[in-house]
Design a protein around this ligand. Sequence first.
Ligand code: FES
Length: 79
Amino acid sequence: MKVTICIGSACHLKGSREIIKEMQELVAANGLKDKVDLNGAFCSGNCVNGVCVTVDGVLHSLQPENTKAFFEKEIMGRL
Ligand code: FES
């Protein structure tokens, strides 16, 4: 599964670094390093939607506070 987190400036301001850090911790804590491929990406033109995260090409909008819930539902829930 490929998960891409936007690190463009607008998403950075909205907390993409925290989201990446938390995702890395969640992936490691759940032993999913072989299954979840975390990547950074530059601006995809969806800045208004907050931190843009794509999961296998499907765009989602995230905030640092809902990273864990998102991870459980959209990542763990799909593996
Ligand atoms: S900065 Fe993330 S979509 Fe533009």
